[in-house]
Design a protein around this ligand. Structure first.
Ligand SMILES: *Cc1c(COP(=O)(O)O)cnc(C)c1O
Length: 476
């Protein structure tokens, strides 16, 4: 068939729209659906007019609506994280506590006292309680909140460098990339700072920092190597030494901690110790910044803690206005921080880390008992296996938590890949991982109350797989 003839086969937009409405559950506004389909048809028409033959396949409904389905599937929704990666950046990092979610919904639904002091009826500061609780948690005189830890670092750099003093001294071993294009040297450059590298990749001593001393130095910066591990002939300067040097030189010492461990993860399954903001501040550092949605266990936010003068200076900087957290984030940070201060309370992230191995084992065995028969009927074998979960989110890369997986194995190759796909298309998508051509569902990252959904979705995925109905569920 010639390209011209194919062109005539291209469906009209209203026909295609009707077909979509009849056969798919897209659940997006008609105007958006129409526009996406219009663009797809226009793209094909253009190709054909240029003499290209897109082939018969390209004119089928699944092909014409592939983009539409991807868009519908992109609607943010809850998923079950069965990857065993606790702080999973692709899955939104940290689950919030019930209290944080309720507060967020409450202030989102209506008006709130964001900048109103209810004791006087006058204008009040944003986030007074959140900041006070964070300061207490970090053992600091003051604290504040911005968009994320990357923003916190940019703000600190911009606010503390001056035209005369723009040099920022950093160890060569700490010029790291955090991920998502966040590289310390580039962050320094965009902030108008001049990077002054000292030491070597594996060893930086206090004398190296001292050798960089000059009237142009604005600050000493220590970046926590949160996402990689260095062993062997390694030496780094301790926070206390650096803080002392800063005082001697009369420049502030700043710590970018990232991981946000206000509670020591060493309490769970003998995980390694992770430096806490309170530790670096006690060592004498002037300011530290940490991420809100890593080990801190809250929403995406950048938490800055340190001396009152320094924090005030950051908040006075015009750039602070561009980075400040909104009422939703402040509400979630506030509740997370308050909960962290309460004895005996446990955030969902920490609860997941704390679950004893035996509990996971029992849950996995119960799941397998229930699903064994229907699985076998579909040629799938189930097993309970010991596995290792990780902290993720670019934190504690070497740390492993003991965990348990439900392992699904089929005789035919590629079947588990197909099952993994169908599980992603479910009403509540389940995200596991493939290993040795088996599909593994790690229970450390699945709260126990989701086990019934896990069970139901597995059954549903088998049944839909058998009947060959493997179109994605594109609804909300
Ligand atoms: C993760 C991390 C950041 C970035 O934090 P975000 O909150 O994701 O912006 C910065 N510095 C360090 C050391 C980190 O580990």
């Amino acid at each position: 068939m010639s390209a011209r003839e194919r062109l005539r086969q291209l469906p009209a937009l209203d026909q295609l729209l009707l077909a979509v409405q009849r056969e798919m559950e897209v659940n997006l506004p008609d105007a958006l659906v129409t526009e996406v389909l219009r663009q797809e048809l226009a793209r094909l028409r253009e190709k054909m007019l240029a003499g290209e033959d897109p082939g018969e396949e390209a004119l089928t409904l699944p092909a014409l609506t592939a983009g539409l389905r991807r868009l519908a599937a992109a609607r943010l929704r809850g998923v079950i994280n069965a990857t065993g990666v606790l702080i999973h950046t692709n899955l939104g990092r940290t689950p919030l506590s019930q209290r944080a979610v309720e507060k967020l919904a409450e202030v989102g639904r209506g008006y709130c006292n964001l900048e109103l002091d209810l004791t006087t009826g006058q204008r009040g500061g944003r986030g007074l309680l959140a900041e006070t609780a964070l300061a207490q948690l970090c053992g600091a005189p003051a604290a504040t909140v911005v968009n994320n830890c990357a923003a916190a670092l940019v703000l600190i750099l911009r606010a503390l460098i001056t035209p005369e003093r723009r040099e920022v001294v950093v160890s060569r071993g700490e010029l790291v990339e955090i991920g998502g294009g966040f590289r310390i040297p580039e962050i320094l450059a965009t902030s108008g700072a001049v990077l002054k590298e000292v030491g070597t990749t594996n060893r930086t001593r206090l004398a190296d920092y001292r050798s960089a001393a000059s009237p142009g130095v604005a600050m000493l910066l220590k970046v926590h190597r949160s996402n990689f591990h260095m062993t062997g002939f390694v030496e780094e300067t301790q926070p206390a030494e650096l803080a002392a040097l800063g005082r001697e030189l009369g420049v502030p010492v700043v710590g970018d901690l990232g991981s946000g461990a206000v509670r020591d993860p060493a309490q769970w399954h003998r995980l390694p110790h992770e430096p806490a903001p309170q530790e670096w501040l006690q060592a004498g550092m002037d300011l530290v910044c940490v991420s809100g949605d890593k080990l801190f266990g809250g929403p995406q936010a950048g938490i800055i803690a340190g001396g009152q003068e320094w924090v005030s200076r950051l908040k006075r900087d015009p750039f602070f206005r561009a980075l400040r957290a909104d009422k939703l984030v402040l509400a979630a940070v506030q509740e997370t921080a308050l909960e962290s201060l309460e004895v005996g309370s446990e955030l969902p992230l920490h609860a997941a880390m704390a679950v004893p191995l035996q509990t996971l084992q029992s849950r996995a065995e119960a799941l397998v008992r229930e699903l064994e028969a229907p699985a076998a009927a579909h040629g799938v074998q189930l097993a309970v296996r010991q596995a290792e979960a990780s902290v993720g989110g670019g934190t504690m890369p070497a740390a492993r938590l003991p965990s348990v997986v439900v392992e699904l194995r089929a005789r035919r190759d590629g079947e588990m890949q197909a099952l993994a796909e169908r599980l992603r298309w479910g009403e509540t998508p389940i995200i596991g991982y493939l290993e040795d051509s088996a599909l593994r569902l790690d229970l450390r990252t699945v709260p126990a109350d989701l086990d019934p959904i896990l069970r139901a979705n597995l059954r549903a995925a088998w049944i839909s797989g058998i009947e060959g109905k493997n179109e994605p569920h594109a609804g909300s």
